[in-house]
Design a protein around this ligand. Structure first.
Ligand SMILES: NC(=O)c1ccc[n+]([C@@H]2O[C@H](COP(=O)([O-])OP(=O)(O)OC[C@H]3O[C@@H](n4cnc5c(N)ncnc54)[C@H](OP(=O)(O)O)[C@@H]3O)[C@@H](O)[C@H]2O)c1
Length: 298
């Protein structure tokens, strides 16, 4: 059976990854470089990114090829500029990993007028994928992998299309299940729906889409939201996975043989998993796609 398929491996593949300066993305980048991938780190802080690139290179005995592209995921202009740079400097893109993400305790707007969590966690991957899609397709067999979360289940009512800028949502009092957490859940739900719709749209066209839940992982996540959030994360760290364990499914999705990855799927612990009912609503996924297209138009 195995001989009927050309074996897929990440060795020699051109891999763009966002959010690799810390946590899950950093652990994944190190492992992918170790397995022979050519890496492009998309980061907002040049000094930090250069340091990480040097660290990754030295961890492979200087074998790895690691490039740095600058983008703040909260700015569409910045994402467009990074994508243009990638298209100029890289002959191919085989794998795009949309991993950068954050949670904002208070409601803020981006320079584009979008609510910050929504912009960084959903619109940024949507835009970057759109801008790189043709180059991904040209490479023949490409993959788009997005870091989602079990936290999508916090968005019990699905995506609140009537409150996309989360004005009402952020008025829900802050607590573990406050508005900011539900908003974060919505954006992770959007990651799953985006993956499902991307998979549907590109079925048989050389682009495989997948997303995954890394589990609860000890990283820098949620460290900028005050002492209570830091305290909560410190307690949660006792039950958390290492970044390497959190990155395991991401690396597997990037490196596993094509036939193991069904397009549009949600994974956990290197297996297909079933997301919430809202995440399986393909009408909502189509609606989200249309709205996202409108939000990246200017
Ligand atoms: N940790 C968990 O338990 C957990 C569970 C489920 C899902 N996730 C998801 O995993 C992904 C990675 O998070 P993590 O846990 O590894 O957290 P992390 O250690 O805080 O890493 C987040 C990464 O995203 C980057 N980033 C954030 N905002 C950005 C922006 N505006 N522009 C460019 N880059 C930006 C950060 O860059 P800087 O280094 O410059 O800050 C960093 O590289 C996120 O999508 C998160 O939602 C995490």
């Amino acid at each position: 059976m195995e001989n009927l398929y050309k074996k897929w491996t990440v060795q020699g593949k051109y891999v763009i990854i966002t959010g690799a300066t810390s946590g899950i993305g950093l652990a994944a980048a190190k492992e992918l470089a170790n397995r022979g991938a050519v890496l492009g780190l998309v980061a907002r802080n040049q000094t930090k990114a250069n340091k990480v690139a040097a660290q990754i290179k030295s961890s492979t005995g200087d074998r790895a090829k690691v490039d740095v592209f600058m983008a703040d995921m909260a700015s569409q202009e910045s994402i467009r500029s990074a994508a243009a740079d990638i298209l100029k400097r890289w002959p191919r893109v085989d794998i795009l990993i949309n991993n950068a993400g954050a949670l904002f305790l208070s409601r803020k707007l981006t320079v584009d007028g979008l609510e910050m969590t929504w912009a960084v966690n959903h619109i940024a991957p949507f835009l970057l994928t759109t801008l790189l899609l043709d180059r991904l397709k040209e490479s023949g067999h490409a993959r788009v992998i997005t870091t989602a979360s079990h936290g999508h289940k916090k968005a019990r009512r699905g995506i609140r299309f009537d409150d996309l800028s989360a004005e009402r949502l952020y008025r829900i009092p802050q607590s573990l299940l406050g508005g900011a957490n539900i908003r974060y859940g919505e954006t992770k739900l959007a990651n799953i729906m985006f993956t499902a719709e991307l998979g549907r749209r590109h079925e048989g066209k050389g682009v495989t889409a997948a997303c995954f839940d890394p589990g609860l992982v000890s990283t820098n996540f949620n460290q900028d939201n005050g002492w209570l959030a830091r305290l909560t994360m410190a307690v949660m760290k006792m039950f958390s996975r290492t970044p390497e364990k959190g990155a395991e499914t991401l690396v597997w999705l990037a490196d596993s043989d094509e036939m193991n990855v069904s397009s549009g799927g949600y994974y956990k612990d290197m297996q297909i998993a079933i997301p919430s009912e809202s995440a399986r609503n393909m009408d909502a996924a189509k609606r989200l796609w249309t709205i996202s297209e409108e939000q990246i138009r200017y």
